[in-house]
Design a protein around this ligand. Structure first.
Ligand code: SF4
Ligand code: FES
Length: 248
């Protein structure tokens, strides 16, 4: 395949940035999207040009770091798929592909396609933990019975990889889907009950402090989430938040 790439280039956080055109040839349809960028970067390095900076780690859809806006869609055209697991067979020969970083005020661009997502880390630090008594004997893993339905919903919420596609997809740059997944995975389990009220208050407060927008129920976040995180988590977080405020 021969492709025309239009890639956001920005040398640092202070640079204005612009789209730069690149032509790339002999791209195999079996390559992943990131492998295609690897090929481009090899060619740029051979010419003495600055390679395109982009984030990645696991390349297995687990770490959530490979977030790219591809032809206007977070993680590109393949539903339920992270950028690293997107394959070039989803594109056509001679196609033009526009590649940009995720855009949100809370995620400043560091370089080219790399954004600073530490706002998510700070939200996690505000409440994404449980208190565990580590004195005495180790508790057997199965001594705390957990309702199967609750366990399944908690597991579904815990599938969130913190990629931020929900924020990129949202016209308000809302982080509600991400935060609600983290609140839900603990609120549904016995281990999360100790900090249950404080957790939702602290995580929502941190979310607001980071500058994310409000949720207006467009559902764009759920539609673009590569891990199928459901809007029902947002409804649960709203109930948790109201309940916590009434009790405190
Ligand atoms: S909710 Fe989905 S889109 Fe948002 S950070 Fe988690 S995995 Fe990514
Ligand atoms: S590189 Fe880890 S999810 Fe894509």
């Amino acid at each position: 395949m021969n492709l025309k790439l239009k890639i956001w280039r920005q040398k640092d956080a202070t640079d204005t940035g612009k789209i730069v055109d690149y032509n790339i040839s002999d791209v195999s349809s079996d390559m992943s999207f990131l492998e295609m960028l690897d090929v481009l970067n090899t060619q740029l390095i051979e010419k003495g040009d600055d390679p395109v900076s982009f984030d990645h780690d696991c390349r297995e859809g687990i770490c959530g770091s490979c977030s790219l806006q591809i032809n206007g869609q977070p993680h590109g055209p393949d539903g339920g798929t992270t950028t690293c697991q997107l394959h070039m067979r989803k594109f056509k020969d001679q196609q033009t592909i526009v590649i940009e970083p995720f855009r949100a005020k809370a995620f400043p661009i560091i370089k080219d396609l790399i954004i600073d997502r530490s706002a998510f880390d700070r939200i996690q630090q505000a409440g994404g933990y449980v208190s565990v008594n580590t004195s005495g004997n180790t508790q057997d893993a199965n001594t705390t019975p957990i309702n199967k339905v609750d366990a399944d919903h908690a597991f579904d919420a815990a599938a969130c990889i913190g990629c931020a596609a929900c924020v990129a997809a949202c016209k308000n740059s809302s982080a509600m889907l991400f935060v609600s997944a983290k609140v839900s995975q603990y609120a549904l389990l016995p281990q999360g009950q100790i900090e249950r009220q404080q957790r939702v208050q602290d995580m929502v407060a941190q979310m607001d402090e980071e500058g994310f927008g409000a949720c207006t129920n467009t559902g764009a976040c759920e539609a673009e989430c590569p891990k199928g995180i459901s809007l029902t988590n947002i409804a649960r977080m709203n109930r948790e938040y109201i309940g916590a405020n009434l009790k405190s």
